[in-house]
Unconditional design. Structure first.
Length: 264
């Protein structure tokens, strides 16, 4: 039979050990300090990594004064030059029909046109991925997005979806893209490493990324040198990512088409 505590009596509270409490408090504050140090280190490491990746240089007439992997990054063609993207002679000069053949698009594919501009290529790719496919037309300039949306609407191509990107991120869903293509765009990216990392994230396993750049090896191509890239330079910059070179198509008169496949 349980004994009853006498009325008015109180239970004695368990006594705390001051040494144990002090050790627990010390461990807590050590954990807080470690978390702060890690956060500070990460914040400091990011600018340091950027500083190592990019280096300043005197800006040339067509550049931005920033170097990456041995080349100066070219200045972006603003939306004010949109008419040049839609010029009448472009099909003849660049042979977009040969580019489309090289891309080997199929119905049902999801394609990302990075730096789509006015949608010149997006409009030509869109019918080849139907039925069931989609073209994400990505650009960093809101004015280009407006022009792109207008041209897609007037063409009746509902499978084109315009997406506004940032300077360092294409902002596409992860593992959603079968093929990403950049036509005369990559050499102008202010943050090529970060943009490529975001493209890789958006690619499905085994997806392809295609660089289309004016041939630096050919002096007859009537484009300013900073807006050209050699095949060797493209391969060098792609080599820092889990990409496997697949093929290079050189049948276009002004550009080469360098195709890589995402590993894994």
């Amino acid at each position: 039979m349980r004994r009853q505590r006498p009325r008015g009596a109180t239970a004695l509270a368990p006594q705390r050990n001051p040494a144990v409490a002090a050790m627990k408090a010390l461990a807590f504050w050590r954990w807080i300090l470690l978390a702060c140090l890690l956060a500070t280190s990460a914040a400091l490491a990011q600018p340091a990594a950027l500083a190592q990746r990019y280096s300043p240089a005197p800006a040339s007439a067509d550049g931005i004064g920033k170097r990456y992997m041995g080349r100066e990054i070219a200045a972006v063609m603003g939306w004010q030059g949109a008419a040049w993207l839609e010029r009448e002679d472009r099909e003849r000069e660049e042979r977009t029909d040969l580019l489309l053949a090289a891309l080997a698009l199929r119905p049902g594919m999801v394609v990302a046109d990075i730096g789509a501009g006015t949608g010149y290529l997006s409009r030509r790719m869109a019918p080849t991925v139907m039925p069931g496919g989609k073209v994400w037309a990505v650009d960093v300039q809101p004015e280009m997005i407006s022009l792109l949306q207008a041209s897609a609407k007037s063409s009746g191509l509902t499978q084109i979806e315009a997406r506004l990107s940032s300077a360092d991120d294409v902002k596409l869903p992860a593992a959603s893209v079968d093929l990403a293509v950049m036509v005369d765009v990559y050499h102008e990216l202010a943050y090529p490493y970060e943009v490529m990392a975001s493209v890789l994230k958006a690619l499905k396993p085994g997806g392809r990324v295609v660089f289309v750049e004016y041939k630096a090896e050919d002096p007859r191509v009537p484009i300013k040198p900073l807006h050209k890239m050699s095949e060797a330079q493209i391969k060098r910059e792609a080599a820092v990512f889990p990409l496997e070179w697949e093929r290079t198509v050189s049948t276009l008169p002004w550009q080469h088409v360098v195709v890589f496949r995402k590993q894994g």
